[in-house]
Design a protein around this ligand. Structure first.
Ligand SMILES: [Fe+2]
Length: 208
């Protein structure tokens, strides 16, 4: 009879350490990021971003994720009011979204011009969408919704501040520039002089 292989050894962790691997929604709600991206200031694109695991493609380096242990994927959440959501952009990696509340309209195309979309879909709670690398996409809470809505984002791993990420439509970059926002060659946000004031105003608007 063949000898049994010894059981695999697994690292042990304490209960206290395990507590640091739990993200409670009460804490998530307090850690909203009103200006994670250069488009976050634009009417129609204002939203609250939440970073649970990883940088979730942030252009703003002033925030940490809620759960700091390294993972091979990235998790974020978004809250927005009707008619608001991320402007037209793309990534080098897959990003996918699970709808938590409300109906969200996704639209996409291969040209960076958001006026040349090739398709769109409106999906709701418990629906899921996975967007491939390179495809331009934007999305928003459906305009006929009556309340703010939430979604959950799962992103493939990616390097942080290694280059432009997201790649914005030139139209989006031009609009953001009017407010003094840009992204440098490493994808890091260049902030306007009144950044703190804009951040406080947006925070009050989105959390109020
Ligand atoms: Fe994205």
């Amino acid at each position: 009879m063949a000898a049994h292989a010894p059981p695999p050894q697994h690292p042990k962790i304490s209960s206290d350490e395990m507590q640091r691997r739990i993200v409670r929604f009460d804490d998530v709600r307090k850690r909203g990021i009103p200006l994670m991206f250069i488009d976050s200031i634009l009417p129609g694109h204002q939203r609250m971003n939440y970073s649970l695991i990883g940088d979730t493609a942030s252009e703003n380096p002033e925030y940490d994720a809620l759960l700091l242990a390294p993972h091979k994927f990235q998790i974020g959440m978004v809250k927005a009011k009707p008619g608001n959501g991320p402007a037209y952009h793309t990534h080098d990696y897959v990003e996918s979204f699970f709808i938590l509340s409300g109906r969200w309209r996704f639209y996409w195309g291969n040209d960076p011009d958001p006026d040349t979309i090739e398709g769109e879909a409106t999906i709701g709670p418990w629906d899921y969408i996975s967007l491939p690398p390179g495809l331009y996409r934007g999305f928003e809470v459906a305009k006929d919704e009556t309340d703010e809505a939430w979604l959950f984002a799962v992103l493939e791993p990616h390097d942080v501040f290694a280059g432009k990420d997201p790649y914005w439509s030139p139209q989006v970059e031009a609009e953001a520039k009017k407010y003094g926002f840009a992204a440098d060659e490493r994808g890091k946000m260049v902030k306007p002089a009144n950044y703190d004031q804009l951040r406080a105003e947006l925070l009050a608007k989105l959390d109020g």
